[in-house]
Design a protein around this ligand. Structure first.
Ligand SMILES: [Zn+2]
Length: 154
């Protein structure tokens, strides 16, 4: 799981949340099955704090844009993942999501989104940032996680 968000004072205002199942050998699931939520952040009252414009330029998602309210999206994902482990990279994200899910934090060294040029074709076709697209990032995470799982000694 990964998300893009506005942050103010350590609070996250989620904008894009994406979950991608970890496939195991023999799974019949389509490798392209994923769920992407665009979330409205209408409660983000003070748009001057937290460098709103700078953050907006990063992910390209306006605060009012989205199909879901935060609670709706979280409830929907909870129904999908149940008690299953949710793999998340990034300490603050993991802490935030642990309120809602059974979070397992991935090692910070797993991969770097900024340097990574792969999976560009997985970014959503919305015209928002490709580098900071939560959907693209979950594919990068899954690839890196699968590689790590195959070489546990590294
Ligand atoms: Zn996206």
């Amino acid at each position: 799981m990964d998300f893009e968000a506005f942050t103010t004072d350590k609070k996250f205002w989620l904008k894009e949340l994406c979950i991608l199942p970890c496939l195991e050998e023999g799974d019949v699931l389509d490798e392209d099955i994923h769920y992407n939520y665009f979330i409205k952040a209408n409660d983000l009252k003070d748009r001057t704090v937290g460098c709103y414009n700078w953050q907006f330029k990063r992910h390209g998602l306006r605060y009012e844009f989205g199909d879901y309210n935060f609670n709706e999206a979280i409830r929907d994902v909870q129904l999908k993942v149940g008690n299953g482990s949710v793999l998340v990279k990034g300490k603050e994200k993991a802490l935030f999501l642990a309120k809602y899910f059974n979070v397992v934090e991935l090692p910070e060294t797993l991969c770097s989104f900024k340097k990574c040029r792969e999976c560009m074709e997985k970014a959503c076709r919305l015209g928002h940032s490709k580098t900071f697209c939560a959907k693209r990032k979950v594919y990068i995470l899954r690839d890196a996680y699968n590689k790590m799982a195959k070489k546990p000694d590294l």
